[in-house]
Design a protein around this ligand. Structure first.
Ligand SMILES: Nc1ncnc2c1ncn2[C@@H]1O[C@H](COP(=O)(O)OP(=O)(O)OP(=O)(O)O)[C@@H](O)[C@H]1O
Length: 640
């Protein structure tokens, strides 16, 4: 049986620890470290000056005086191998550093920003990839002379595209994750998200690709030395040693062994390091990569004549289809006043989440706002640019999404994640940051906040993770919290606790809350007013008590009929036949008519508009006949 913890991405630290325990990794890392340390401490370790000649011992095999023998000029081979590591390994480091800086920056930017940035950067990397390496190196060396550093930087420049492509691909995957959306919803700037939340998640493929590239760079460096194009004799480099040995292979074949062995083992070690990195990468889930969402050219909506804190007017959201966009949220309008708790309720697939995310311009990749607008405290949110949104999200409107486990970065302790938001939204520094984090964790009734702060998300239960997300949302003291199915992923007892907590923090902070749920019981428990959503449209809206007692839309009545009531255990529950049609399959006329017991031919011919009836607004031409089922519910009877 798969446990919840097993389905969560494991933290990078844990995966790294596992990789570090494999003997091959220990061997590879140990060998490379040893070579690097030997090269650094060459003057202390090498028994001879690497360029000093001992003409009495030319081409000698291993002996007590020269443990690895001597070459044709009587140079001590051990000393030349140790000193040669300085040139060769620093050349590899130069190439790797160049490729890392260019590859990681380009890949992260292309994958995270998407759109034209991605297209331009991908075009540049494609061009560099098409440049022939050997010819370019020869041109560089012809221009700068035998300059090892220039040659190895050129190797790095020519090698960066493969790293950039890998980082871009991994970034596209990570960018789709819910915790990245959550970080943006909490108002973290893109730069911070890229460096602190995306980079650690793409580190495994970076390690793999860098290790493979380092092996290639080592072969390039030694190849240059072998061809006499690297550092010049008598300065030792591993490639030069191979070249020297190859000229006397008939007289002293042993001479090839020390240089061949150090080079071969180094290339093998880089490969093994890559394998260890690949093991950590195996923990990552692959997800499809798509382009970034931005509002398309859209039909503007007139400024609402409303004093509401949040005024959504004719919001229309499209999903990419075969022939352009398919409408998934259809001219939806809602109002929310300061301190009010309003529900958005409907079955799965009605478009509730797209509405919640559309309000914050955080739609999933490919989805677009096609029309209408969102005003918050009189500000037209469509006028905000990237920086404006960063300042807005988290500090004025925050969003918590349905799956708390995926709303947190799996690679960092939760305390650090809340710290980051406290720092960003309150301007606090130093110890005051952690103090506020602990206060927030205590406010959401997490026992022992210090212990919880040190834990990784996979070490928390779903309820605890949701509390941490609520604490994160409170870090910026937002005026509106959009809570998208905050209890759906939790078990029933925890659901009730989280709902109570939401009510309490809402009261304590005076926030407005837009509570998105498929469960009328949850809405009854918490909300003052509710919007009932069906197939992209608001079917009915009104005060919760009114909706429950006298629904004026057959869909609301149907939802109520399916709710269990306290004190009436044997009463059979009714169901609404059929399912919510997918966007693109909505019937002409009334969207609900195929499932509606009151439907007539007129419902197919007429597109109903939201009409005011006392205490409600309903999108049903037969509202005088409703309720068809359900109704007469006393709000207090509903079991949430
Ligand atoms: N990224 C996407 N690509 C394609 N279709 C999508 C995407 N996101 C949502 N949809 C579709 O849009 C419709 C509305 O989705 P939405 O998630 O808003 O529904 P919902 O009412 O919130 O339901 P749920 O609670 O199940 O998420 C659904 O039919 C869904 O399959």
């Amino acid at each position: 049986m798969t446990t919840l913890a097993e389905t969560q991405p494991q933290p990078v630290a844990g995966a790294r620890r596992r990789a570090l325990r494999t003997p091959l990794f220990v061997f590879a890392a140990g060998y490379l470290l040893l070579m690097a340390l030997a090269a650094i401490a060459a003057p202390l370790l090498a028994p001879y000056d690497p360029v000093a000649t001992d003409l009495d011992h030319v081409l000698s095999g291993p002996s007590l005086i020269h443990p690895l023998g001597t070459d044709q000029l009587g140079h001590d081979v051990l000393s030349r191998v140790i000193y040669g590591g300085r040139v060769t390994l620093s050349g590899v480091a130069e190439a790797v550093l160049t490729a890392l800086v260019l590859g990681v920056t380009t890949g992260l930017l292309a994958g995270f920003a998407g759109g034209w940035v991605d297209r331009v950067l991908s075009w540049i990397t494609d061009i560099v990839l098409a440049i022939p390496v050997i010819v370019t190196l020869l041109v560089v060396l012809a221009v700068v002379g035998s300059n090892e550093t220039a040659a190895m930087i050129a190797v790095g420049v020519l090698g960066f595209p493969s790293l950039a492509r890998v980082v871009r691909g991994a970034t596209l995957t990570v960018r789709q994750e819910l915790y990245i959306t959550a970080a943006r919803a909490f108002g973290l700037p893109d730069r911070t998200i890229m460096v602190r939340h995306v980079l650690p998640r793409v580190s495994a493929p970076i390690i793999v690709q860098t290790s493979l590239f380092a092996g290639g760079a080592l072969l390039a460096e030694t190849g240059l030395g072998y061809l006499g194009l690297g550092v010049q004799a008598p300065t030792p480099a591993w490639g030069n040693l191979v070249a020297d040995a190859s000229t006397v292979i008939a007289q002293q074949p042993w001479l090839l062994v020390p240089s061949g062995l150090v080079i071969g083992l180094a290339v093998l070690s880089f490969g093994l390091l890559g394998d260890a990195g690949r093991d950590t990468a195996a923990d990552r889930r692959a997800r499809s990569a798509q382009g970034r969402t931005r509002a398309a050219v859209r039909e503007p909506a007139p400024r609402p004549d409303s004093t509401a804190l949040l005024a959504v007017r004719d919001l229309t959201v499209g999903l990419p289809g075969q022939d352009g966009f398919t409408t998934a949220v259809d001219r939806l309008s809602i109002d929310l006043h300061p301190g009010e708790t309003v529900g958005l309720v409907g079955e799965s697939g009605c478009g509730k989440s797209l509405t919640g995310r559309g309000i914050l311009d955080l739609l999933p990749a490919g989805a677009r706002i096609l029309g209408g607008g969102v005003w918050f405290d009189g500000t037209d949110l469509s006028a905000l640019d990237g920086k404006g949104w960063q300042e807005f999200r988290g500090s004025r409107i925050a969003l918590i999404a349905q799956d708390p486990m995926n709303g947190l970065d799996p690679t960092a302790p939760v305390g650090k994640q809340v710290d980051e938001l406290v720092r960003r939204h309150t301007g606090r520094t130093g110890r005051a940051v952690r103090a506020r984090t602990l206060e927030l964790l205590a406010d959401v009734r997490l026992p022992e906040p210090e212990t919880v702060a040190a834990k990784y998300p996979h070490q928390l239960s779903g309820g605890m993770a949701q509390r941490v997300l609520i604490a994160s949302a409170l870090a910026g003291s937002p005026e509106l919290l959009i809570a998208d199915e905050p209890t759906t992923a939790l078990d029933v007892t925890v659901q009730a606790e989280i709902l109570r907590l939401l009510k309490d923090v809402q009261r304590a902070n005076g926030m407005a809350v837009l509570l998105i749920s498929h469960d009328l019981g949850v809405i009854a428990e918490v909300c003052d007013r509710a919007y009932v959503m069906y197939a992209g449209q608001i079917a009915e809206s009104g005060a919760v008590a009114e909706l429950f007692e006298s629904p004026r839309h057959p869909y609301t009545a149907g939802l109520l009929g399916a709710l269990p009531r306290r004190g009436t255990p044997r009463q059979p529950l009714t169901t609404i036949p059929g399912t919510v049609p997918e966007p693109g399959n909505w019937p002409p006329g009334c969207h609900f008519r195929q499932r509606c017991p009151l439907a007539t031919a007129e419902c197919a011919a007429v597109v109903p508009v939201a009409e005011p009836v006392p205490g409600h607004r309903t999108r049903c031409i037969h509202h005088d006949l409703a309720p068809a089922s359900g109704g007469d519910h006393d709000r207090a009877e509903i079991t949430a």
